[in-house]
Structures are given as structure tokens and as C-alpha cells.
Design a protein around this ligand. Structure first.
Ligand code: CP3
Length: 354
């Protein structure tokens, strides 16, 4: 496996070093908006089978790179592989999102959850990482990822997706010690999992805290931020003689940007509800920023996309430390040509900002 990296624009931007254009990658760049993904997904039979077969996960990771001039690959997997190997047995019901065959129904179920040996139970993820690195052959860096302890906790306690987060919130308010026990176990597991991904070849790490924004400011600090900080300080920061940048993406957490910038991460992913100008003013030169086009812009025509890309670049302004991305994942109803238009616009317009 080569350790040479032909395009290190993304790593440089994440470390706030000079670049000649703004790098771009897209959250959920491999997925259901691509017909070639849907084909493999059907052949694989289930989403889990796709994740658990390294050859298929590798193929799906590479698909968007064949179509678009992206500055990174992101490993094809899911954040819920961790609860799966803690014994909850994940499955996806068509149109209903994630579910668990062994849901949590009592406090004693929480006590019984093990700290899994992810080197063993998630070896298929590490195999996919090594395979993608070989396939990439140093073309662009590979991003590894995990969910945050709080976000994993919500899926585990709710038994799937939720609109109200009632069970998770009741637990943190009524039984904080029990909640902390599980969150600490998740934080240690996530740290092991990410360090193994780095050792297997992941060159950048992103942590998704998709549901941090449902907590009040005080609870966010106690039940999410504390564990994000613990993970960031436990991560291996260098591999193959290169810094491994860490990105924290906390959706709907814009009131917490300063605190997030103090976790020791290299970059913050921001959603579309804040202007990059304001975000930059608030975090200063501590971290790079990634984002933050509204994913719905991709439903509009290419001229509109071009105009909105220009707004996003202008909002960040002429400075170091911007990574172009959406403010959340691309949705399945987007036409692939529209994503192509976005990426071409970033390549065309961004050199003027450097
Ligand atoms: O970004 C990428 O291209 C890498 C792959 C990736 C997936 N999930 C593939 C996936 C990543 C980084 C994730 C992260 C993830 N998974 C998050 C955090 C990011 C975010 O979007 O907030 C969350 C909350 C999950 C949990 C999850 N996985 C849900 C809620 C669902 C169901 C989504 C739905 O709309 O049905 C999934 C399944 C999933 N993960 C799909 C993909 C491509 C679709 C499943 C399918 O093909 O049937």
C-alpha cells in the first residue's frame, strides 16, 4: 500500500494550510441518489450485507469518485455497526430506518451491554479500509468515521430513529449515572474503533453528532461534549508520518461552536443554518470549517446551484481553512448531474478565494 498522497488539498485545508482551491467532498456521497449504488444494494440483498462484505463496501466507496472530481473518499459503512456488535443486532426495515432485533427494554439491559472488542467484531470494517486504500492508490485521502456517543445512545435507547427523543432524555434526567455509564462505554469503544481505522489506513476522521442539537445547552455539555472531548484526546493524531485531522460534525449545535472548537479537533462541520462568516468570527483561527450548503439547493437547476456555491464561498471569504461540503447528507432525490454541477462550480469559482 502506498503512503504517498497525490492530492492532499483536503488535509491541508483541514490543517488551515494554504491551498490553491477549496477542496470538496460530500456527506453521504455514496448512496441512494446513485443508480450504480442502488444496483449493488439490490444485489447485496440488505444494507448490512453491503457493509459487512469488504469487496462490496469498497466498490460502493469508489463509485462517486468515478463520476466526480472529489477530494476524498469516505468509507462506506454506518455509525450503527457499534450497537450491532454490542449485541443489539441491527437491521433496516424498508422505509422505516434502523431497528434492533434485541432492543433495550430495562435498566438491567443497559448494565449488561458489553464493551465490545471492535478489532475482532468489526474486523470487516478494517478490511474494507485497507481494501479502499489499496484501490485509491494515493489518489485522494480516505475518511474514516464514527457516530458520537450521544448520537449512538439515542438510537440504542429509542430502539431506532425518533422525533421526540423521549426515552433518551428521560434517562439522562432521571438516571444520569446510568446514562453516563453507557456513554463512557461508548466513548471508549468509539476511541478504539477510530484508532483501529487509523491504523488500517484512514487518513482523516469525522465524528457525527447528528442529534447533539436536541439537547439543552447544559445537557449538551454534560452528555455529549464531554465525551467528544474524551474521544478527541484519545485519538492517534499521526500515522504514516502525516497528521490525521479530526472533524466534528454536530448538527444543529451552532450555539456550541466555541466549546466544540476547544475540544482539540482540527475542524468543525457546520450545518446550513448559520453563515460561515459568523461561524468563522466565533471560532477564529482555532479550527477549519467544513460546509455548509443546504442539501436542498441540489434540487434546483445548475444555474441556481452555481449561484449558491458562490454565496457559500463568499461567506467564508478569502482565507485558509475552508472545506466545501453540504450542511448535512445528500438526499436520495438528488439527480447525480446536479451534484456534478456543484463540484464543477467549486472547482471553477474557488481559486479566486485563495
Ligand atoms: O457518507 C457516506 O457516503 C458514507 C456512508 C454513511 C452511511 N451512513 C451510509 C448509509 C455514513 C457516514 C453514515 C452515517 C450515519 N448513519 C449517520 C450520521 C450522519 C447523518 O446523516 O446524520 C446516521 C444518523 C446513521 C444512521 C442511519 N443509517 C439511518 C438513520 C439510516 C436510514 C436512512 C434512511 O433514510 O433510510 C441509515 C442507513 C444508511 N446508511 C443508508 C446509507 C447509504 C441507506 C440505506 C440503504 O441503502 O437502504
Amino acid at each position: 500500500m502506498t503512503t504517498e498522497l497525490k492530492n492532499d488539498t483536503l488535509i491541508r485545508a483541514l490543517l488551515r494550510q494554504p491551498v490553491d482551491r477549496t477542496p470538496v467532498w460530500i456527506m453521504r456521497q455514496a448512496g441512494r441518489y446513485l443508480p450504480e449504488y442502488l444496483k449493488i444494494r439490490t444485489e447485496a440483498g440488505s444494507f448490512m450485507n453491503l457493509c459487512q462484505t469488504p469487496e462490496l463496501a469498497c466498490e460502493v466507496t469508489m463509485q462517486p469518485l468515478r463520476r466526480f472530481k472529489l477530494d476524498a473518499a469516505i468509507l462506506f459503512s454506518d455509525i450503527l455497526t457499534i450497537p450491532d456488535v454490542m449485541g443489539m443486532n441491527l437491521y433496516f426495515e424498508e422505509g422505516k430506518g434502523p431497528k434492533f432485533a434485541n432492543p433495550i427494554t430495562s435498566s438491567s439491559d443497559i448494565h449488561k451491554l458489553p464493551r465490545p472488542d471492535v478489532g475482532e467484531s468489526l474486523a470487516y470494517v478494517m478490511d474494507a479500509v485497507s481494501m479502499v486504500r489499496r484501490e485509491l492508490d494515493g489518489k485522494v485521502p480516505l475518511i474514516g468515521f464514527s457516530g458520537s456517543p450521544w448520537t449512538l445512545f439515542t438510537y440504542m435507547i429509542e430502539g431506532g430513529s425518533s422525533k421526540t427523543f423521549s426515552k433518551s432524555k428521560k434517562l439522562i434526567y432521571q438516571e444520569p449515572a446510568l446514562a453516563h455509564m453507557l456513554l463512557a462505554k461508548l466513548a471508549d469503544t468509539v476511541t478504539d474503533y477510530l484508532n483501529l481505522q487509523i491504523e488500517s489506513g484512514a487518513q482523516i476522521i469525522q465524528i457525527f453528532d447528528t442529534w447533539g442539537g436536541v439537547l439543552c445547552a447544559r445537557a449538551f455539555k454534560e452528555f455529549s461534549l464531554r465525551y467528544l472531548t474524551r474521544i478527541v484526546s484519545g485519538l492517534k493524531r499521526e500515522n504514516e508520518g502525516r497528521r490525521v485531522p479530526t472533524i466534528l460534525f454536530c448538527k444543529a449545535c451552532n450555539t456550541q461552536l466555541e466549546a466544540l472548537a476547544d475540544t482539540g479537533c482540527d475542524a468543525l462541520g457546520v450545518d446550513w443554518t448559520i453563515s460561515l462568516r459568523e461561524a468563522r468570527e466565533r471560532v477564529g483561527s482555532r479550527v477549519a470549517l467544513q460546509g455548509n450548503l443546504d442539501p436542498a439547493v441540489l434540487l434546483a437547476d445548475p444555474e441556481t446551484i452555481h449561484r449558491e456555491v458562490n454565496h457559500t464561498l463568499t461567506s467564508f471569504g478569502k482565507a485558509q481553512g475552508h472545506v466545501f461540503n453540504l450542511g448535512h447528507g445528500i438526499t436520495p432525490d438528488v439527480k447525480p448531474e446536479h451534484l456534478g454541477a456543484l463540484i464543477n462550480s467549486v472547482w471553477e469559482l474557488s481559486p479566486a478565494f485563495h
